[in-house]
Design a protein. Sequence first.
Length: 254
Amino acid sequence: MSITNESELIGMQKISEAVALTLKEMKNFAKPGITTKELDDFGAKILNDLGAKSAPYLTYGFPGYTCISVNNEFCHGIPSEKTILKEGDLINIDISAELDGFWSDNGASFVIGEDINQHQNLINASKEILQKAISNIKGGVKISDIGHLMETEAKKRGYKVIKNLTGHGVGRSLHEEPHEIANYRDRFNMQRFKKNSVVAIETFISTTSTIAETLEDGWTMVGNKGGFMAQHEHTIVVTDGKPIIMTEANEIWN
């Protein structure tokens, strides 16, 4: 969507704060010994208390309120009573929701407890790349140039990017124009970022894979060559200068 007045900006701020707070609280709640279903229920209650409705549940009939992916799962992981979090697990929580007709999206990868499996460098790379990408976005900038920046920064650190997962426009629904904000230079994408538009910018930084494939459950995605992936995501408003980070309250860069 494009922000055209104060009430739209306020609407986007409210839902963005809701998803950001939910992500922050879920991140704090996640610890060894709890199941991903318990973690999802915890997040669902926060969203509900804030008057927000889970976007994947509402839009796609996803079997959970938030996407929780653990270790080799890249994204769209289904919360389960069978998945018990362990010390050193790499976890990704992706939360999108709707409130009063406005939609926002954010996500983060982090380690449960101590980093005994050495995932922190991958996580740091994902955070830093997101920060650099967002700081270079303003009205008129080519979407493919930001993708090029993301892939270049990943390669510099010895990582790859997932080519078939992308950021996207957001605001009046979960996925809007521009539909693809890739993590690499898509030379066929001639679109530019537009001032006042709302977009979800997300990283997909990987150790070995370049394509995400869907498992038999129809949701969970894993790498075509295995390995691990870190994702970080903010919903932003594009301006003539520095973007407004709507989901800043999630504190994923802290």
